[in-house]
Write a protein that binds this ligand. Structure first.
Ligand code: BDR
Ligand code: CA
Length: 309
């Protein structure tokens, strides 16, 4: 079993990442830490608790982390995820309670108490992970690896250059990418290949359990806003690719690259500058996902959602 800390900003696709992490037998979900990102922290925490309650994650601590980025002013993605950050479904009162610890401390405690066998899986801005590294530098060698959704070696989605999770806190992303720990980057180049079509929504809906129902409600809203903003006929399902990679890396093809985060560019702030061709001769610091076997990805997602009775 792969032990993971899932660091999220739910977020429609974050919720799907939680669905996969919460049910697959080869994942041991140690903690869910929440960060501001798609919406403000109060909302992303509420959403995480709501989703955890539907999934029945009773024994997994869910803690609130950072409410603001490290340096830049805050941005949110309400255009994609709505005023709640998770528009679409209606939730009952959550049965999962918030853990009283700060998310950054929960990351530190969980890692310090480990044998160095925990993977961090961030699907939001990297503020919590970077703050944990700065607050307790000894965690760095305890991190097995970081499998994150963020960045792009081609085009961005909030600016022509930058992807949302990195742009929302580039300084934090810099701390993570320069940490020296193994990083797997699921960027937009990969996630734009993972398009949640109406056939996929129907297929998952046909499972007919409470989680598949939540998936359908989430994806119906997400499809609408993604089409309005980007013109996609089917939205890219970014965040679950991280958990899928942890479960079965053989679904993906990655390429080692040197990734540096642009912190000073006027038009390129928050860009992940990925040395695809190795022209700088700098030592690669990340495995960057390039392609995947889509059939196997959707099969895995379906299998995860079927596990909820
Ligand atoms: C990322 O930004 C968020 O809106 C999504 O949840 C995903 O993590 C995609 O750029
Ligand atoms: Ca996210």
């Amino acid at each position: 079993r792969e032990k993971i800390i899932l660091d999220v900003d739910p977020g429609h696709d974050d919720a799907v990442a939680m669905m996969m992490a919460g049910s697959h037998p080869s994942v041991e979900l140690m903690a869910v830490t929440v960060v501001a990102g798609n919406q403000t922290l109060d909302k992303t925490v509420k959403n995480a608790l709501n989703v955890a309650s539907v999934l029945g994650l009773k024994d997994v601590p869910v803690a609130a982390g950072m409410s603001r980025p490290m340096v830049r002013e805050q941005i949110i993605a309400d255009d994609i995820h709505g005023v709640t950050g998770l528009d679409g479904p209606k939730f009952d009162e959550p049965t999962v309670q918030q853990d009283p610890r700060h998310g950054v401390d929960l990351i530190i405690e969980t890692l310090m108490g480990s044998d160095g066998d925990i993977t961090i899986v961030p699907t939001g801005p990297l503020t919590n992970v970077a703050m944990a590294i700065r607050k307790e530098p000894r965690i760095v060698e305890k991190i097995k690896r970081i499998v994150l959704m963020g960045g792009s070696y081609q085009l961005g989605n909030v600016t022509p250059s930058a992807e949302f999770n990195i742009y929302a806190d580039p300084e934090a992303a810099h701390v993570v990418f320069s940490s020296g720990r193994p990083i797997v980057m699921m960027g937009l180049d990969l996630t734009r290949q993972v398009r949640c079509s109406s056939q996929v929504i129907e297929r998952i809906g046909a499972i007919g359990n409470r989680v598949s129902k939540l998936f359908v409600e989430l994806m119906e809203f997400f499809s609408k806003t993604q089409e309005e903003i980007f013109g996609w006929d089917a939205p890219p399902l970014h965040d679950p690719t991280t958990v899928a990679y942890v479960i079965d890396p053989s679904i993906f093809v990655t390429k080692p690259m040197r990734v540096d985060v642009e912190l000073r560019g006027e038009h390129t702030y928050g860009r992940t500058c990925c040395d695809y061709f190795g022209v700088t001769k700098k030592e690669p610091n990340a495995q960057v996902a390039v392609t995947l076997d889509l059939d196997r990805f959707w099969d895995l997602l379906e299998a995860c959602i079927r596990r909820y009775s």
